[in-house]
Design a protein around this ligand. Structure first.
Ligand SMILES: Nc1nc2c(ncn2[C@@H]2O[C@H](COP(=O)(O)OP(=O)(O)OP(=O)(O)O)[C@@H](O)[C@H]2O)c(=O)[nH]1
Ligand SMILES: [Mg+2]
Length: 317
């Protein structure tokens, strides 16, 4: 990759991106991952470059069938002439190595299709880094003109919950026969799911899970007039995917309607809040009176007390 630094290179990249050039897209996404500050500049410059992509969050426990659902959704979208981009978030756990490889193999049938773009993002250790790079990547994919952007993430960490908040519609993929399945979902995800998808509906326990979901929904205060929907699928057979797409469409229509205005606006504010956090961290880092890398070296050379170091720093602001 050519080194990118000057402002005009970023402007050029943004212009190419808006023309839908694939090379520019790959470059922009790589920059977002490798050089977050430049990546952020690209995302900022694209602030009103969005083409109105439908952004879908597909979340759920490991192995629930998210990638299989995504794979069949891609096929469904292509069959109705829509282009699709997928961001699969790899939680970098030692257990997910095989799964990611599985994703690649599963979705490989789409890689020759020009209307499909698939990318895996690794989670970074830094604060908010994952949600930031996902937010920026989604901006870029939207500007590049994809009709549908699917973000697959395991709903286990706070970062993942944040990512889901950026979606227009969130689908929580669940599996029957797990007994306390509902309890095992991270708090915060149940509340933001717009559609509950009981996948692996070829297995036992579907009515039980349906019942507990209905009970949970009837007890939970619902802040919006959207009634979360409960659907079933056997993703490996493509069963239930057309219904899922129809339900996603209903939710999009709801969000666009006057009725959905409160939710739409509240979500816009939540996204603003996340972006503000990222901006504050970035600006704060710029204003640090020391170099973070040097500080890291110092910590590695000596036995320093992090609390004392931060206390001293706090006195200077
Ligand atoms: N019986 C059955 N198996 C399914 C169904 N959907 C997916 N599977 C299988 O479940 C396994 C996990 O599917 P994935 O799509 O990789 O699940 P995932 O949620 O993406 O997994 P992670 O990304 O590792 O969290 C695979 O072996 C799938 O073939 C289904 O509807 N019925
Ligand atoms: Mg997966």
């Amino acid at each position: 990759m050519l080194p990118i630094k000057p402002e005009q290179d970023i402007d050029l990249l943004v212009a190419e991106l808006l023309k839908g050039r694939r090379g520019a897209l790959a470059k922009a996404l790589r920059l977002i991952d490798d050089e977050p500050v430049l990546g952020r500049q690209i995302a900022f410059k694209l602030h009103d470059g969005g083409q109105g992509a439908k952004i879908l969050g597909i979340t759920g426990n490991p192995g629930a069938g998210k990638s299989t659902v995504v794979d069949t959704l891609i096929a469904h979208c292509r069959s109705i002439g829509k282009t699709v981009a997928v961001l699969a978030i790899d939680p970098s756990s030692p257990f997910s190595g095989g799964a990611i490889l599985g994703d690649r193999i599963r979705m490989n049938r789409h890689t020759l299709d020009d209307g499909v773009y698939i990318r895996s993002l690794a989670t970074r250790g830094n604060l908010g880094g994952l949600s930031r790079s996902t937010f920026d990547s989604v901006r870029v994919l939207d500007a590049a003109g994809y009709d549908v952007i699917l973000v697959e993430t395991v709903g286990i960490g706070q970062d993942e919950v944040d990512i889901v908040r950026l979606a227009d519609t969130t689908v929580l993929v669940m599996v029957p026969g797990m007994g306390d399945d509902i309890q095992a979902i991270k708090a915060g995800i149940l509340e933001i799911a717009d559609i509950f998808l009981i996948n692996k509906a070829d297995r036992d326990g579907v009515p039980d899970l349906e019942r507990s979901l209905h009970t949970m929904l009837s007890l939970a205060p619902n802040p919006s007039s959207w009634e979360p929907q409960i659907l079933k699928s056997v993703a490996t057979q493509g069963e239930g995917i057309a219904e899922l797409w129809a339900s996603i469409g209903e939710h999009s229509d709801y969000l666009k309607s006057e009725e959905g205005a409160d939710i739409r606006r509240q979500r816009a504010f939540e996204i603003f809040e996340r972006l503000l956090d990222a901006l504050l961290i970035e600006k704060g880092r710029e204003r640090l009176s020391f170099d973070l890398d040097e500080m890291r070296q110092k910590f590695l050379r000596e036995d320093l007390n992090p609390y004392a170091e931060i206390y001293n720093l706090a006195q200077t602001y």
